[in-house]
Design a protein around this ligand. Structure first.
Ligand code: ZN
Length: 119
């Protein structure tokens, strides 16, 4: 039982075609997963990005705060600010904390964040 060159070509084509189709399906699935991952990333960046004034939409607005004295659980801390952008009062509830043991470490953390915000 021997094959001609043409028969051999056909046999290879028949064997390869399903493999190519499977690879195409896999590539399409990977692209879809990548799109989903990109959307998730954008959403997370939006949540973790620079703060936005809830009244006028200014990004990373300058605020005034009269240092409020008082004590209570850290997780329930609320900060009142006067917004320079639109003079509104807002109450801010931090979703996470970055702790520093010294003022210098705190300044370093702010520099790091600033670099991330402008990058
Ligand atoms: Zn504002």
């Amino acid at each position: 039982m021997s094959m001609t060159g043409r028969e051999l070509k056909e046999a290879i084509k028949e064997g390869v075609t399903p493999l190519v189709r499977a690879l195409e399906r896999s590539a399409k699935a990977n692209e879809e997963l990548l799109d989903i991952a990109k959307q998730e990333t954008v959403q997370m960046e939006a949540e973790a990005g620079p703060p936005v004034c809830p009244n006028c939409g200014v990004v990373n607005p300058t605020v005034y705060s009269s240092e409020q004295a008082g004590s209570g659980p850290l997780a329930e801390s609320v900060y009142q600010f006067e917004m320079h952008c639109c003079n509104a009062s807002v109450w801010a509830i931090p979703e996470g904390w970055v702790f520093a043991r010294t003022a210098a470490e705190a300044a370093e953390a702010i520099d790091y964040r600033r670099a991330g915000v402008t990058a």
